[in-house]
Design a protein around this ligand. Structure first.
Ligand SMILES: Cc1cc2nc3c(=O)[nH]c(=O)nc-3n(C[C@H](O)[C@H](O)[C@H](O)COP(=O)(O)OP(=O)(O)OC[C@H]3O[C@@H](n4cnc5c(N)ncnc54)[C@H](O)[C@@H]3O)c2cc1C
Length: 131
């Protein structure tokens, strides 16, 4: 099947499933695997690349920031996420915006990014963790 037809068909299935009441107990339902497959297909058609792996760390860039009231101070900025892929190698992926969507692991991922460690402004943990 032509990739575009597949993507459009999946799009239709998503919208149809969302709006039409086809549950046996008068409730709507949708197939989450199909929705994700459709979403990935659509995003791929826009050129998005997917990487399967585990986030194991982050990389920072440190620079000197000028200050109007005192000497320049050191400023650290997250610039890469380090992902271990199935072959065991760790790849840095550069980003402008990074979304932490790790569910109950979100707190641990945040710690890798320096949130919830130390005693300064970012000392508070992200309050999303396993019960
Ligand atoms: C038993 C059970 C039944 C549920 N039933 C329902 C229900 O019927 N209806 C409902 O609405 N909700 C239900 N929920 C809740 C629902 O599953 C969650 O609210 C939802 O999945 C949260 O989505 P999420 O994307 O935030 O996180 P998740 O779905 O937890 O996704 C987080 C992802 O991050 C990945 N990840 C974690 N650490 C790393 C790492 N270091 N590197 C890379 N990836 C990582 C994980 O592998 C996972 O794929 C249920 C939950 C449970 C446990």
């Amino acid at each position: 099947m032509n990739a575009n037809i597949f993507v459009n068909l999946m799009h239709f299935v998503m919208v149809f499933s969302y709006f039409v009441d086809i549950g046996l107990e008068k409730e709507g339902w949708f197939d989450p695997i199909l929705v994700i497959a459709a979403l990935k297909a659509k995003l791929s058609s826009y050129g998005v690349q997917f990487v399967t792996g585990e986030v194991v760390g982050f990389g920072w860039r440190t620079s000197l920031a000028a200050s109007p009231v005192g000497p320049p101070h050191k400023r650290s900025q997250l610039v890469t996420v380090h992902v271990r892929t199935e072959d065991g190698r760790v790849y840095p992926i550069q980003f402008a915006i990074c979304v932490n969507a790790a569910g109950p692991e979100a707190c641990n991922i945040a710690r890798l990014a320096g949130i919830g460690v130390g005693d300064r402004a970012l000392a508070l943990d992200l309050p999303i963790m396993s019960r």
